[in-house]
Every structure is written in structure tokens, then in C-alpha cells.
Design a protein around this ligand. Structure first.
Ligand code: FAD
Ligand code: NAP
Length: 352
């Protein structure tokens, strides 16, 4: 383990926040995690694990050890002959493997399962933490097994998908902060199994390739998702952001009805017997926030759910804007928005 002192974290978070870690180490293997655990124990210092840094807001210099997940092996099954359609297989990827590379490689093999989750930034290990989701597919649909290192006890164990308590942008990992994901096993299927419940996917497949969505290959779905995302979402390498800043709020059927009477254009989706999901971006947009700019922070011009900053903004600047929007939405719609990215100060996580 190669420990460094006073490391700037700007390159390691997609908001480009300029904060320092008192101690910093890249985690290349399980033994690095064991040594890092001993270091934190001996020094009595807090720790923070960073993957791609695309879902966190760092508001202060961190007084403990920041670990950068760098275990980046992937284990594809050995294929001796052309695989038959509908054959299911497992692939294992270590936590530090780049998420979208895994998606691209699965699609290149003609495998279905991950294509709707194309172009989501970050690493494989972070994907189960909030059960990443996009365009009608969530990670839980193809995850089989997670390998975990418990930073409190030093134990390692495996967790089957059914024990991960996956929900909307939620999992058991959010309630067990000392569990570090070290490897994930996915179940994929050869052949076309397009998930095209989001109408925009079907329309884009048709306009890009002339193919009917029902026949689309994983590559055609991936191309459509990438096309849509590039047209709507800012590239964090050019415009610092962490994607959606708020989760879509879930409200009861009666609250949805009341809101729909008052706001006829309300964008809401029924969730089987569990009320309605409101499009948080639509709520924020109605209040005129889209394209808003103040100092070094603002709201993206094409998607009101994405807060953007200039590269010199502080975490506090970003959270001040988020809080103002949250208060505005609560006042106007009576709906409480929940922040999606994880927030950290000098010693650990906190909540807005
Ligand atoms: P980080 O930001 O590094 O970490 C996030 C949290 O997970 C932190 O608390 C960290 O400590 C913890 N963590 C990271 N790795 C591990 C690990 N191995 N074990 C335990 N804890 C860990 N999300 C979606 O769900 N759907 C989207 O469509 C989507 N689109 C996005 C688009 C853009 C432009 C951006 C910037 C973000 C988007 N996101 C989306 C959010 C984000 O990319 C995902 O949540 C992603 O999984 C975060 O991965 P990361 O490696 O960057 O995690
Ligand atoms: P969008 O297409 O403008 O849709 C707005 C919201 O309505 C989405 O958040 C989506 O909820 C919901 N929605 C749309 N069509 C739906 C359908 N047919 N059934 C159920 N719900 C539907 O959203 P967008 O901002 O461009 O994002 C597109 C997809 O990428 C979404 O799935 C979104 O979650 C994902 N994304 C996530 C992040 C992130 O950081 N978390 C960032 C960018 C994009 P869901 O969000 O529940 O899907």
C-alpha cells in the first residue's frame, strides 16, 4: 500500500471540487484494504472510499484516509464457440472496473442485460450502492452476487441479490456504511431482449437504425441510449456535475390526484400499488429554475434535475443552491425532494 499525504481530490470527483485528503491511497487488492483498515484503526481516523466520484459532494478537506478503488479486473467466461441465443452466463468484475466499459464489452459480445444502463459514469463497485437505474432498467435486474469487505471487522463475505434489499436508488449498502463492494457478478443473456418501455428509446432506435424496437439488438439499444444521453446531459469532463441532484419523489395516489388537478401537466408514473413517482425535473422546471445561473453554480439548461458548476465552485455553493430549490419545491408543491448524491464534510457523511 502506497500512502500519500495531502492529496488534492479535484481530479477524483466529477463536480471538480477543490478539497484535500489528509491521507490518500489507491486500493489495488484486498490486502491493501486490510492495511488501510489497520492504518485508520491505529490513527483513529475516518475513512472514505471513492470510485469514479460521480455521485458525491465533498464540502471540506477530509481529515482522514481517502481510498481510491483501483481493483480493476474483469472475468469473462471462456467462449470456445459461437454462443447460442438465449444462453445465460455470468461475468464477474472487480469494483474498480469502469462501469460503461463493462456495458460496452457485454454489448460487443452480443449479450443483453446492461445496455439500457449505458454511459452512466463511475465504477462497477458503486453500481449496487444506489442500484443504478435508467430507461426502465435497474442494476438489480441482472445482478447475481456481490463480494464485500467489512471495513469495521475486516471480514469478507458474499451477498446474493435477494439480500441486497434493492429499491429505487437504494440498497442494503446505504444502511451498512462499512461494507465495501470488492466484486460484482452479473447474469447476462446472449441475443436480443430489448427493454424499451421508455418510449423515447423506441423512437430513437427507429430514427437511428430504422429498426423496430421489438427487434433491436443490445448494440442498437446502447446506441440509442448514448444518443439521447449526449443530447440532454452535460459531460462531467466538460461541465462539472453529478447527474440528477434529487431523486424522483414518490407520493400517494391521493396526493398525486390533488397535484394533477392543480397542475394539469404534472408528469407522474404509477408504481404498482405504491403510489406515484413524480418527475422531480418537471417540478423544478415549473418553478423556472432550468438554465438558472448564479456565480459558479447553476441548473443545466436541458435538464432541471442536474446542477452544474464552473470548476471553481465549492461544495457549499452547490448545496446552497440545492437547498434553495428544495425549499422552493416544498413551498409550491408540498413535496419534499431528497438529495441523490452522497454528501461528505471533513470527517464523514452528512445529510441535507
Ligand atoms: P462515487 O461517486 O465514487 O461514490 C458514490 C458513493 O458510493 C460514495 O458514498 C462512495 O463511498 C460509495 N462507493 C463507491 N464505490 C464503492 C464500493 N466499491 N463499495 C462501497 N461503497 C462504494 N446514476 C444512476 O443511477 N442512473 C443514471 O442514469 C445516472 N446518470 C448519471 C449521469 C451523469 C452525467 C453523472 C455525473 C452521474 C450519473 N449517475 C447516474 C450517478 C452516478 O454516476 C452513479 O451513482 C454511479 O454508480 C456512481 O459511481 P462512482 O464510482 O462514481 O461512485
Ligand atoms: P426523462 O426521460 O426526462 O424522464 C423524466 C423522469 O420521468 C425520469 O426521471 C424517469 O424516472 C421518469 N420516466 C420517464 N419515462 C418513464 C416511463 N415510461 N416509465 C416510468 N418512468 C418514466 O429523464 P432524463 O432525466 O432524461 O433521464 C433519463 C433516464 O436516465 C432516467 O431513467 C433517469 O433516471 C436516468 N438518469 C439518471 C441520472 C442520475 O444521476 N441518477 C442522471 C441522468 C439520467 P426514472 O428516473 O425513475 O427512470
Amino acid at each position: 500500500m502506497e500512502l500519500q499525504r495531502r492529496v488534492n481530490l479535484k481530479p477524483y470527483n466529477t463536480l471538480s471540487l477543490n478539497v484535500e485528503a489528509a491521507y490518500f491511497v489507491a486500493i489495488n487488492c484486498l490486502d491493501d484494504l486490510r492495511q488501510a483498515r489497520k492504518f485508520c484503526h491505529d490513527k483513529c481516523c475516518p475513512w472514505l472510499l471513492i470510485g469514479g466520484g460521480s455521485n458525491l459532494v465533498l464540502t471540506q478537506d477530509f481529515e482522514g484516509l481517502v481510498m481510491l478503488m483501483a481493483m480493476d479486473q474483469v472475468f469473462w467466461p471462456v467462449e470456445k464457440e459461437k454462443q447460442s441465443i438465449s444462453k445465460t452466463f455470468s461475468v464477474n468484475a472487480q469494483a474498480g472496473y469502469e462501469w460503461d466499459l463493462l456495458v460496452a464489452e457485454s454489448v460487443a459480445r452480443g449479450a443483453s442485460g446492461l445496455e439500457n444502463l449505458s454511459l452512466i459514469p463511475g465504477q462497477v463497485g458503486a453500481a449496487p450502492i444506489q442500484n443504478i437505474g435508467a430507461y426502465g432498467v435497474e442494476l438489480k435486474h441482472c445482478l447475481e452476487l456481490v463480494q464485500v469487505f467489512n471495513f469495521d471487522t475486516g471480514d469478507t463475505f458474499e451477498l446474493a441479490a435477494k439480500d441486497c434489499e434493492f429499491g429505487y436508488r437504494d440498497s442494503v449498502f446505504k444502511r451498512n456504511r462499512s461494507w465495501i463492494v470488492t466484486q460484482v457478478q452479473f447474469s447476462l443473456t446472449y441475443g436480443n431482449q430489448p427493454q424499451v418501455s421508455y418510449g423515447i428509446i423506441a423512437d430513437t432506435i427507429m430514427s437511428l437504425s430504422g429498426e423496430l424496437a421489438a427487434n433491436a439488438s443490445p448494440q442498437q439499444v446502447r446506441d440509442a441510449v448514448i444518443h439521447i444521453r449526449r443530447s440532454k446531459l452535460p459531460d462531467p469532463k466538460k461541465v462539472p456535475n453529478v447527474g440528477s441532484f434529487f431523486k424522483n419523489p414518490i407520493v400517494s395516489d391521493s396526493q398525486k390526484q390533488k397535484l394533477a388537478q392543480q397542475w394539469p401537466g404534472l408528469v407522474a408514473y404509477a408504481i404498482d400499488g405504491k403510489g406515484h413517482k413524480l418527475a422531480a425535473g418537471w417540478l423544478i422546471d415549473q418553478l423556472g429554475w432550468k438554465g438558472f445561473k448564479q456565480g459558479d453554480v447553476g441548473v443545466h439548461e436541458h435538464q432541471a434535475l442536474v446542477l452544474v458548476c464552473s470548476g471553481v465552485a465549492t461544495g457549499k455553493d452547490v448545496l446552497d443552491l440545492a437547498q434553495t430549490i428544495k425549499v422552493d419545491v416544498a413551498k409550491k408543491f408540498g413535496v419534499t425532494l431528497e438529495v441523490e448524491p452522497r454528501l461528505f464534510d471533513n470527517r464523514g457523511e452528512f445529510y441535507l
